[in-house]
Design a protein around this ligand. Structure first.
Ligand code: NDP
Length: 255
């Protein structure tokens, strides 16, 4: 691989939940370009196959496993399958996420639960599985959680999402402290507004102009622009970085 060797991920095995589209795809391809073997875990098999093809074209070992991260009993078997097919997991990227646009007075309990189960509980459960394996193997490791601007501030539009993403940052810090003695770093990436299926509807909303005006960079980001931060947090280059939140947001957070 060209570039600084601290960023080289050759011989590493990475899992990216929701790796079949949007930010997850951008990160999965980035980790593969840095040399990692990559497993993508998501529900849509057609999208899984398409990104698997792109990963294989980069010349790395890759697998796509159909997984709904809200199905708790299927998490451990999926991680075991990754281990069987690629080897023990060194890097876990908790990226799968959903947003349901319903205010606190109208959101029903089932929607609330679905958002929390997808965005927060699965992050905890998968991190626990990966963390236990890394500790047992004394291998060290990297856990990268995808947070949000809504980890920081409230939103009347997506309260469940905001609560879940606030939880992700607090879980990141808590696990970072617990796992630091095992040379496992746990960090979050905080994307600003990034074009994806999740944000596509914003283009037609008044919110779009507000975002552009508020973002110093004056634009949305592309999913591929998250890859650099993910490679950094997945690599030896970040061995003394833990519990942190890396902003990739065109400066949105500083206004
Ligand atoms: P997309 O909607 O494009 O992608 C979401 C991904 O998550 C898909 O790959 C989807 O795959 C997967 N996913 C959703 N639910 C599940 C589930 N139950 N089990 C497994 N996989 C699931 O959104 P983004 O790429 O924008 O979002 C990725 C992450 O980034 C999310 O956590 C989001 O909250 C976060 N984020 C996004 C921002 C943005 O501006 N785009 C800003 C800040 C944070 P499938 O449907 O096939 O399962």
């Amino acid at each position: 691989m060209a570039g600084h060797k601290a960023f080289d991920l050759s011989g590493r095995v990475a899992v990216v939940t929701g790796g079949n589209g949007g930010i997850g795809r951008g990160i999965a391809l980035g980790l593969a370009e840095a040399g990692a073997s990559v497993a993508i875990l998501a529900r849509n098999e057609e999208k899984n196959r398409a990104v698997l093809g792109e990963l294989e074209k980069l010349g790395v070992k890759a697998v796509a496993i159909r997984l709904d991260v809200t199905r708790r009993s299927e998490l451990a078997p999926a991680m075991e399958e990754v281990e069987r097919r690629l080897g023990p997991v060194d890097i876990l990227v908790n990226n799968a996420g959903i947003a349901i646009m319903k205010g606190a007075l109208e959101v029903d309990a089932a929607s609330w639960d679905r958002v929390l189960e997808t965005n927060l509980n699965s992050v905890f459960l998968l991190s626990q599985i990966a963390g236990r394996s890394m500790v047992k193997r004394r291998s060290g490791g990297k856990i990268i959680n995808i947070a949000s601007e809504y980890s920081r501030f409230g939103s009347p539009m997506v309260p469940a999402y905001s609560a879940s993403k606030g939880g992700v940052v607090q879980l990141t810090k808590s696990m970072a402290i617990e796992l630091a003695p095992h040379n496992i770093q746990v960090n979050a990436i905080l994307p600003g507004w990034i074009w994806s299926e999740m944000t596509a509807p914003v283009k037609e909303m008044p919110l779009y102009n507000e975002i552009i005006q508020r973002t110093p960079a004056g634009r949305f980001g592309e999913p591929e622009e998250l890859a650099g931060a993910a490679i950094f947090l997945a690599s030896k280059a970040s061995d003394f970085v833990t519990g942190s939140t890396v902003y990739v947001d065109g400066g949105y957070a500083i206004r």
